[in-house]
Design a protein around this ligand. Structure first.
Ligand code: GRF
Length: 224
């Protein structure tokens, strides 16, 4: 099945770019119907336009309450024909108004190994804590911040010399692989939520190879 996807951004949009690239490479079975930003300067909007993808900015400050902002996002997303949503560096919490419109179809990526280091400074907090490993997490979104059921995590080493920027750079390179992979699983209908856990159904075609990349990327498939 082809995923009709909206991608929500607030900034650079490098994760958006990785999703666009995997779609264009034919390994992610999705149509990006809309890129939506909550900040006019979000470079993700430019990336979308360069690839002929509809791009809309809705400034959250123009709405009196979160629910009204969310309702307008839902309206725009539906209007463009999307029924699944990837939050990709989208720096806003979404409310039940939003989640109820796309049940089980809103994903987020976080630059740490949840439940460690939630929040907006996951990379810096992990580096400052002195962890030996960190990474990224793609998860279903629920009403709490950086909290919903985990779909995939990938691990990178962290060193004493790291700060948030150097660790973040290492993590970001992996984000660009795992997010498209998680979205492909969603497109294939292979993700089943059982309570807090996500069960990944086997690949539909027997020919899909699992890339053995040691403990870092245990479940990335061919092309990701
Ligand atoms: C990424 O690190 C993502 O995990 C976090 O925000 C950052 C967005 O980067 N939620 P980009 O806009 O995709 O480049």
């Amino acid at each position: 099945m082809t995923l009709d996807l909206a991608v929500l951004v607030s900034g650079s949009g490098s994760n958006l770019q990785s999703i666009i690239d995997r779609v264009e490479a034919g390994v992610l079975d999705a149509r990006i119907r809309l890129v939506l930003a909550n900040r006019p300067g979000a470079y993700g909007l430019e990336r979308a336009k360069k690839h002929g993808i509809p791009a809309v900015c809705l400034e959250h400050g123009d709405f009196p309450v979160r629910e009204e902002f969310d309702a307008e996002m839902v309206r725009r997303i539906r209007e463009h024909g999307a029924d699944a949503v990837a939050l990709a560096g989208f720096m806003r919490m979404v409310t039940p108004v939003f989640l109820g419109a796309f049940p089980g179809r809103v994903l987020n990526i976080h630059p740490a190994l949840l439940p460690a280091f939630p929040g907006v400074h996951g990379q810096r907090d992990a580096a400052d804590y002195g962890v030996r490993f960190s990474g990224c997490t793609v998860h279903f979104v629920d009403e709490k911040m950086d909290h919903g059921p985990v779909i995939i995590q990938a691990v990178v080493p962290a060193y004493a010399e790291d700060d948030g920027d150097s660790l973040g750079e290492r993590i970001l390179a992996l984000e660009h692989r795992v997010y498209p992979q998680a979205l492909q699983w969603l497109a294939q209908g292979r993700l089943e939520i059982r309570g807090r856990k996500v069960v990944l159904a086997p690949a539909p075609s027997a020919g899909v190879a699992t890339v053995g990349d040691g403990m870092v990327n245990p479940s990335l498939e061919s092309g990701f």
